[in-house]
Design a binder for this molecule. Structure first.
Ligand code: IVH
Length: 690
């Protein structure tokens, strides 16, 4: 071979020679990549390999016009895109029928044998990788498209990202007389090694970035990046396991597929794939993999059986969602016991409080687990999980670990029952809990945990409609310390905004104008914008019909609120808790001072008191409404309720079990209604006000 260094030093370099040298170097590097990444059997030292890369890079720098997009020097990631485009799959990417027990595996085999009319079937047993399925398309030996599974029909185009993975050859190689086909469509799984995943998360923790829940999410997140340079930094790997199209080369068996793919430079997992001569052998292999699962460097969650003979597969065909010739036999989910040291409360960006169990660290499927979500108070009570309990924790491979159940036999009596706090651990505001105890919300408008979300909600279309104040802007404003609560939005100055990233004079002006214009928004928009838990746009409008000003609403008792037809006890207590919080009142006052109009064009219920001057007495039991609710309804329509019957009483509502009051009403000849009549009476009067 010609010495490439000589070529570099010559000034009148012949382009033709450079081209040849580049081709040779590319070929050599591809081969050594293949030895290293696919066969895991390098024949060059790292230093020697690096020297080849440096030479190639130098030549390509000198002759940029000779650099091809599939040169090994290009596997570092190109320019970022704006979104991932979609690509249709040549044939749908289906899923697999999944089973968890041996009998179902035997049934599968029996069905296959019956349909094929065979005594025995050979199966290829492969690990079921817990990664992300991808499709690679090679045209004339060159990688042209890589796509995710997407909805099975159409995937996302991740070609630029896939090209950064060293184990994915950009150009196929031909060996032992088997040339790569004209067109090859292959599928496989992208995954991350467990220890590389751990390292990545450690780096992210140091950088203050959110952690990935598991290697699969990390792989998926890395692949679906808009910037391939980010993907290039992530430790991604691939195993190919299926050929969908191969023009110019046909296969007889899955075994041959795996063998040939390796020859073309594609990485398959021959080491852990086993040809089984019958279903018993295949089941044994499942047991074997389950045993060695913990010692593997990557996560697998079962075994995939595929009929080896491709002609048999063709005969069996497909169901709507999966092939008849393959089966996933999953491992039992991984569970370990450990203990709950404490229960921490996290406040999410929407103000939701989530209890999180702090566990005595335990390794489950190669990942150390020290926290598990307990979801909500109802879940804790349903499972009777206590602080100090020994618990069964499950990491299903794909989700954040969770506590399956407490081992009650191990209780010593020193465990504590846990309740979510009444006050937000971040800001100290009152927490309101839904009746089913599945949702606990912080009512603090100034709560730091929620501020970003609150700001973008405040500025949203249905709220104060401040264009230019979306979530990204809110993050910037909060991070810069310029916005500490909602009222600081109205204190923003031009100079503050100009100092921020991506804010030019024009955008600053627009934002300030939008903020100014928002001051004229009416009370209904403002109430919605405040983000009072469970008060959406519709309820904000209803409240405006009943309360002329925000001050009237602030003063409203729970009873008064409850008497409004559309307002139930949860909304009523959410509103009163919100306005009982002095910090919230202060922020509202500051906004009032800033000049917010809070005008109310919807107030209509002022003089609607059709029952004014009418008094009611209730006796006996009510079934449809509680006695309290019935009284509030009467009062909301201007009527009065009393406890004793007199000649001033206009109506007596009598339910089952009514006694002396009913008797007296009869004696006085008063109007008496049963509950059904009362309901109709109230509804008739309510309608008049609508
Ligand atoms: S073959 C028709 N082989 O499992 C489907 N799939 O449930 C043929 N998977 O989305 C797929 N390891 O992501 C096959 N050795 C393996 C696999 C495997 C993991 C995944 C794949 C697919 C899912 C199907």
């Amino acid at each position: 071979m010609k010495k490439t260094t000589d070529l570099l030093s010559r000034s009148n370099n012949d382009k033709q020679e450079a081209k040849k040298a580049i081709n040779t170097l590319q070929e050599q590097i591809r081969y050594h990549n293949y030895r290293y990444y696919v066969l895991d059997d390098p024949v060059l030292s790292d230093g020697e390999f690096d020297r080849l890369m440096v030479k190639l890079q130098a030549l390509e720098d000198k002759f940029p016009e000779l650099q091809s997009p599939d040169s090994p020097t290009q596997q570092v990631g190109g320019a970022p895109g704006t979104e991932l485009s979609s690509v249709p799959h040549p044939t749908p990417m289906l899923s697999l029928q999944t089973v968890y027990d041996k009998d179902e595996v035997k049934n599968f085999d029996k069905r296959c044998r019956e349909n094929l009319n065979k005594e025995d079937i050979q199966y290829m047993a492969e690990p079921k990788y817990d990664g992300l399925a991808v499709e690679l398309i090679y045209d004339k030996g060159r990688l042209s498209i890589a796509a995710t599974r997407g909805d099975g029909q159409t995937g996302e185009n991740i070609t630029a990202n896939i090209k950064t993975i060293k184990e994915v050859p950009l150009v196929l190689i031909g060996q032992e007389g088997i040339a790569p086909p004209d067109r090859l469509v292959v599928r496989g799984e992208i995954y991350m090694l467990l220890d590389e995943f751990k390292q990545l998360n450690e780096q992210r923790a140091k950088a203050g970035e959110p952690l990935f829940a598991n290697p699969r999410n990390a792989a998926a997140g890395s692949l679906r990046q808009l910037d391939p340079k980010v993907t290039a930094q992530r430790p991604l790997h691939i195993f190919l396991y299926q050929v969908v199209q191969s023009e110019g080369h046909s296969f007889k068996t899955q075994f041959e597929v795996l063998q040939t793919l390796t020859k073309w430079g594609l990485k398959v997992n021959r080491e852990k794939s086993q040809l089984c001569s019958g279903i018993e052998e295949a089941i044994d292999y499942h047991q074997h993999l389950a045993q060695i699962r913990d010692s593997l460097k990557y996560e697998i969650d079962g075994v995939v059986y595929k009929i080896n003979l491709l002609s048999d597969r063709q005969e069996l065909g497909f169901r709507t969602r999966n092939p008849r010739w393959a089966l996933a036999y999953k491992f039992k989910p991984r569970q370990m016991t450990t203990s709950i040291k404490a229960i921490e409360v996290q406040v999410g960006r929407t103000g939701v409080l989530t209890p999180v169990a702090i566990l005595e660290p335990v390794r489950i499927s190669g990942v150390e687990v020290s926290r598990a979500s307990l979801h909500n108070q109802s879940e804790i009570e349903r499972k009777d999980i206590r602080i100090g309990d020994t618990v069964l924790v499950e990491r299903a491979g794909d989700v954040i670990p969770y506590v399956v159940k407490p081992i009650t036999e191990k209780r010593t009596g020193s465990e504590h029952i846990f309740h979510l706090p009444d006050q937000c651990p971040v800001c100290g505001s009152e927490v309101i809990m839904s009746e089913d105890k599945k949702k606990a919300l912080c009512t603090g408008i100034t709560c730091e945990a929620q501020l970003r979300k609150r700001i973008s909600h405040f500025a949203s279309k249905g709220g104060m409609d401040i264009e230019g104040l979306g979530e990204k802007m809110a993050v910037q404003l909060v991070n810069s310390g310029m916005v500490k609560d909602l009222s600081s939005i109205y204190q923003l100055q031009e100079t503050d905004l100009l100092a921020m990233e991506r804010m030019a004079e024009k955008s600053t002006d627009n934002l300030l104008q939008a903020i100014e214009a928002s001051k004229d928004k009416n009370l209904s928009n403002f109430l919605f914008a405040l983000g009072i838990p469970i008060v959406g746009e519709h309820l904000a409008r209803v409240l405006c019909e009943y309360f002329a000003t925000i001050d009237d609403l602030m003063k409203a008792s729970q009873d008064k609120l409850f008497s409004i037809k559309e307002i139930g006890p949860e909304v009523a207590s959410s509103i009163t808790a919100f306005f009982a919080n002095p910090k919230n009142l202060q922020v509202i006052e500051e906004m009032r001072q800033a000049g917010l109009s809070m005008s109310n064009p919807y107030y209509t219920k002022e003089s609607f008191q059709p029952l004014a001057g009418t008094s009611f007495v209730f006796t006996g039991t009510l079934e449809h409404w509680t006695r309290d609710k019935a009284k509030q309804l009467v009062e909301s329509l201007g009527g009065r309720t009393t406890n004793s019957v007199s000649k001033e009483t206009n109506y007596v509502v009598a339910g089952p079990g009514a006694g002396s009051k009913l008797q007296k009403a009869e004696e006085l000849n008063l109007s008496i209604m049963n509950e059904q009549e009362f309901i109709q009476f109230i509804e008739k009067h309510q309608k008049k006000g609508q």
